[in-house]
Design a protein around this ligand. Structure first.
Ligand SMILES: [Zn+2]
Length: 140
């Protein structure tokens, strides 16, 4: 069995995994002393390499909310603390990756809105057509 790989452990250290993955990693850590050693080693490496561009990039990318969460953020349907986190990530950290993703999602949502409105309008016109009394035939 391979166990979680290095990136997964790093993501675990950054608290960037979802509940399911976190649970899996924790189970494997409990079961495996070599894995715990690997984790300790990674923590030390991380402390030493904390300020390398690569480490910062990876840390920031891994802390990015997933795209569906950005979508929920736009809709304002997230729990308050999650909403705050995403806002912090976008506004304070200014993550270019997520801002680009957000702009893309915004465009999509606007398109979707537009289509719904168009559909509604068409439906309304069709219904209105049905509700109009039939034209009277001209008497000849
Ligand atoms: Zn991001």
């Amino acid at each position: 069995m391979n166990g979680p790989n290095r990136e997964l452990l790093l993501a675990y250290l950054d608290d960037a995994l979802d509940e399911m993955d976190t649970h899996v990693v924790e189970q494997e850590l409990r079961a495996s002393e070599p894995l715990r050693q690997q984790l300790r080693q990674l923590m030390q490496e991380r402390d030493r390499g904390e300020h390398s561009v690569g480490a910062i990039w990876r840390r920031q990318r891994l802390s990015c909310p997933p795209r569906d969460r950005l979508g929920s953020f736009l809709l304002g349907v997230l729990d308050d603390d999650v909403q705050d986190y995403v806002q912090f990530h976008l506004q304070t950290i200014g993550c270019a990756y997520c801002l680009a993703n957000l702009a893309d999602l915004q465009t999509q949502q606007q398109d979707a809105d537009g289509q719904v409105k168009k559909r509604r309008k068409r439906y309304f016109q069709t219904s209105a057509g049905l509700l109009q009394p039939p034209e009277k035939k001209k008497k000849g």
